[in-house]
Design a protein around this ligand. Sequence first.
Ligand code: HEC
Length: 120
Amino acid sequence: MSAAQLQHLKLWLAGKDKNWDLAAYELRQLTDSIAEAAVLYPGIPVDNVTTMMAPLLSVSDAIAAKDSRKFAGSMKGLTDGCNACHSSMERGFVVVRLPTDRFLPANQLFAPQGKADVRR
Ligand code: HEC
């Protein structure tokens, strides 16, 4: 799930910077990771994975529409889904949230290149 954690973070940062191509890419990676988790941890009820489909689709729609507000809202729903599964798997102590700062991952740029506000 560490991969999912990094993908969730990068997805958020890419969407915040309106780098929709990168966001779409990270969303595909994250969707694969969640599907893999279902295979990796046999105890995961199928319901917990299928419950993630609606929030994943909602994020996907927001990216396709390049809609920052919908993106933020659907990312919150997705994050709630992460935590709901953790709680149901006796991993309620693993609490995921949307990042509030920009420190990580500091070794990758998220803004589409060529924009004036790219941090160096
Ligand atoms: C279908 C169930 C399920 C979903 C959905 C899920 N997780 Fe997890 N997650 C788990 C389980 C089970 C573990 C504990 C794995 C273990 O103990 O080896 C875990 C553990 C983790 C950990 C701790 C890993 C570590 O080694 O420190 C993180 C971080 C994490 N998940 C992030 C996420 C994020 C982010 C999402 C949503 C994008 C998410 N998870 C969605 C089931 C899920």
